[in-house]
Structure formats: structure tokens, C-alpha cells
Design a protein around this ligand. Sequence first.
Ligand code: FES
Length: 178
Amino acid sequence: MSTTLAPHTDAFVKRYLSEEIRAAIEAFYPRYPSRRAVVLPALHIVNERLGYVPIEAVIEIAQMLELAPAQVQDTLSFYHFFPQDKPSGKFKVWFCRSLSCSCREGEVLMDYLAEKLGIHVGETTADGRVSLLPAECLGVCEFAPAMLVNDTVHKDLTKEKIDAFVEMVKAEKLGARG
Ligand code: FES
């Protein structure tokens, strides 16, 4: 008889969501009219804690919210904020490539940052410290070009600011997931 664990068993899915993560998700229940509305906050919570949202976590979120895993996966795949194959870097850099930022050399600066980090856009540095990801408008167009680093928006970017950012990352002076 095979001892392979089926994906739907509790023993399998509970490996990914800790009690702390579950409690953080459950805290959203009273704030929304339905469990389905909690999918996006739940994905953010898991992504923030684990650095990604593996399919096993999707299954467990679905179980918590009484949804089909495909419903959670649909929401996840609609956005581009949730890596699934491996944890993203400690510092997640979302670099805006939308119109206002592009007009002010945003993509030039994004490539400059990639070069300084020694990676391509969409990759994570070998030490797992930084993931550089393209993003659509961050909602701060008046401060273009801009990037979002974890929860902090960096505005009016220049090469000098990118240089300073890279130095801060090296020194681990930024607040980020520990
Ligand atoms: S276009 Fe970059 S923040 Fe809006």
C-alpha cells in the first residue's frame, strides 16, 4: 500500500500554514461579508509570512475559506504578486513600468538596478536577498519613477537613489521580513 500523502489531508496542508498564519487570516472574517472576500487578504498574509504561496498553501486557504482550491488559485493567478514555485527574496522590489514611470526613465532605472544586483528583472539574487519584479502602476504617478520595496514606496527615483538603495540592502538597514 502506498504511503503517499494525498493533498487534501490535514497532515499535508498544515505543513504550510502555521497557527499564527491561520489566526491572522481568521481575523479578517468579521471584516468581510463572505469568506470568499477574504481570499486576497489571505494570499497576502501567506505571501508575507512564507515569501511565496505554494499550491499546498492554496489548498489550505481554500479549506479554511470553504472554497474550491481552483477559486483561490484563480484569484492568485489574476495578480502577479504571489510567487508559487519558490520563496521570493527578503526584499521584494516591485518596479513600476507603467506610463508615467516609463516616461521618466523608470525602465532605464529598473535595468540599472538589475545590473547592480547582478540579476535580470524577474529574478532573485543568489543570496536570496532581493527579488526584482516588474509592476504596473503603484498609484504614485506624481512621484514617478517609483518602486515598492516590501511595504515602502520609493519615489522620484534616480541612479543615486538606486545606488543608495543597493547599499542599504547590503547593510540590511531596511525594515523587512526577518
Ligand atoms: S505609472 Fe508608475 S506609479 Fe503610476
